[in-house]
Design a protein. Sequence first.
Length: 489
Amino acid sequence: MTKTEATFSLLDEEEERDEVGPSTVLVPGRPSLRSISLSQAPSAPRDLENGNGQTSCAELHKLTAGSTTSLSSQSKNAKKVNKFYKKQNELLENFKNDSEQIEQFNRTRRRTTSKEEDDDADVIAAIPPPIPEEKAVVAPLVKHIDGTDEPEVVIFDVPRSPRNPRKKPMERTDTEEKSVDEKKDDESNTAARMANITLAVNFLLMIAKVVASVLSGSMSIISSMVDSVVDITSGLVISLSERMIKKRDPYLYPRGRTRLEPLSLILISVIMGMASIQLIIASVRGIHDGIQFHLYGIGEEPKLNVTITSVVIMVSTVLVKLSLYLFCKRYKEPSVNVLAMDHRNDCISNTVALICAWLGTKYSYYFDPAGAIVVSMYILYTWVQTGREHLAKLSGKTAEPEFINRIIKVCLDHDARISHIDTVYVYHFGSKFLVEVHIVLDENMILKESHDISETLQSNIESLPEVERAFVHTDYDYDHHPHDEHKIV
């Protein structure tokens, strides 16, 4: 006996009867869970023999085709199941990371709050007792022209100490906001530093590529040189946007100017797309001129001269860009990720440009403009996709279901007094997310408790690195439509 295998699915009764056979007794009700034993199928050569002891070729072919289809279907189902459980494992890992992030955030806040309370106690203890009248020094009265006197000013010596409130007022620090601001400043500084390094490297590579383009006359190398020119422009735009984001103005921009980042990336995408289209047009024109000369003798013969100097310049460019790509991949800042993508594209485009220029020199001229078209098409596709992605984010695209589930999990674990979660909105507010949560509490709960619950939930959600701002709305019932609370836009 071979080992019996079972396959489960949800089918109607008629489909079950057709597959299992009329002799099988079915449990009424739909949908139902049925099990088909694969041992019912012919599994031995004698099962395929007819009455004369000869094997039917038609039956054998039918069985083989059915087995192939079954294996293919099982393989597809296995891939779907693996993909599903992989996503579930990632979601569970994100749940764990979110809980640790919130716990660390709350520990930091409690520790700093406790330190501030200790500082306040020290300040109160440092206030000296009242000065006896016999030890007080009274400043002389100041006579004004109108005859009035200023009040007395009592001057006394207070021991100097770091916690002397009369020497210098104690500066209270909002540690929660400070930690978030410091984290944002570190990210902005990293992006600005990488943008400056990229700008300097691209400027040097542009000069080298200009030399290589003049020496070789290759359209592929020229396309790479134009790419460097556009990289310099993009680097300037990113540096300018990062500088403007760091300069906060609470009156003109109360919530910051972080949306300048996707705006600058969209602008870069437009510039790169236009440059790529121009390169494609120039390459097609070069192919046309080559055909005109080789077939009809019209115009001048296109010439290529890729020397060892040009090869060394292009190889050095690839190595430098590869190093910058590996370095930028260590950071998660969106602007730095875009720079990493740009370095990766430069590695690919410069490699293709060098190969096509060399093939155009050794074998046929048409390899060179064809390589320039390939490089330009790749750059155009990459930056169009980048522009579309950031345009969708700037337009307020909703978050992925996995991230919305993470926000819901934070709300569920926050406080047992939250009876229901009415509405959860998570959508892009630039590169990061804006979260709106509507929770339901007891209608008899006092204002202080409801405020503390909603405010701590808001702080916990904002502690997630993907969230830029969170708003928590408190309600006492959930039997209403979400659109009843806001106008439809």
